[in-house]
Design a protein around this ligand. Structure first.
Ligand SMILES: C[S@@+](CC[C@H](N)C(=O)[O-])C[C@H]1O[C@@H](n2cnc3c(N)ncnc32)[C@H](O)[C@@H]1O
Length: 232
């Protein structure tokens, strides 16, 4: 049996920022403590992201990363598309499930992210299976040939529908699209928040997917909400 070392304290709750109204911070920590531990490499990447970058909470983190890894390992994709690399945390998790010879394309419009992520990608031995593209995702996706068995959408929220429209015909039957932040810190419940473009983008996207008969979907209240869509 794996040892569980977890003790809930006020201090470790306070360390979790931001907290999502979908999960009690204590329960999220309990779930992390009862999830296969983060690898040394991912822990180091997580830590360096928190120390050096301004918005470290953009990183998927242990629980969501482990979930993405498990989904990818179950699906065994040959080609993965990720929109929003940041420091490479979710890319490394998702690439764990690739078939031999498979490829994960990840896109970010901030060139500094490549310098940050590459040493970790190399250390993970994934430099041949993870390809970072720098530029506007809307443009870059159009230039990537072939189909995507798994797509992870995790960049500018007001473009979620555009990203979905770009990839839906490139996903084969049984393929998966996952969109992060589908609950957007709970703002999807607040009509006053619709004036900001990110909230409006997420709300419109969730509606759009609900009305699309090409997929079946589940909105999972994990962390900030994962909209999972399986192509029919
Ligand atoms: C939430 S972070 C991605 C986190 C990463 N997937 C993870 O879980 O570790 C979003 C990233 O998308 C990038 N981004 C934002 N708008 C973009 C755009 N229009 N095209 C490409 N990348 C963009 C940002 O620079 C940022 O690094």
């Amino acid at each position: 049996m794996k040892p569980v070392r977890f003790k809930l304290t006020q201090t470790n709750i306070a360390l979790e920022t931001p907290s999502y109204i979908t999960t009690h911070p204590g329960l999220e920590q309990y779930a992390e403590a009862h999830t296969t531990p983060e690898s040394i490499l991912l822990r180091k990447l997580n830590r360096e992201t928190h120390i050096k970058l301004r918005m470290p909470n953009m990183l998927s983190g242990h629980l969501q990363g482990a979930f993405l890894q498990m989904i990818s390992q179950l699906l065994k994709p040959f080609c993965i598309l990720e929109i929003g690399t940041f420091t490479g945390y979710s890319a490394i998790c998702l690439a764990k499930g690739l078939q031999p010879g498979g490829i994960l394309h990840t896109i970010d419009n901030n060139p500094e992210m490549e310098d940050f992520a590459m040493p970790y990608i190399r250390e993970a031995g994934m430099e041949k299976s993870i390809c970072i593209h720098i530029g506007e995702a809307l443009e870059i996706v159009k230039g990537i040939e072939g189909s995507f068995d798994l797509v992870f959408i995790d960049a500018d929220k007001d473009n979620y529908i555009n990203y979905y429209d770009l990839v839906i015909n490139k996903v084969p039957q049984g393929g998966l699209i996952i969109a992060d932040n589908a609950l957007w810190y709970g703002k999807v419940l607040d009509p006053n928040a619709l004036t900001d473009k990110e909230t409006a983008g997420i709300v419109a996207f969730n509606e759009y997917v609900m009305n699309d008969t090409r997929v079946e979907n589940v909105l999972l209240p994990l962390r900030d909400g994962l909209m999972m869509m399986r192509k029919l």
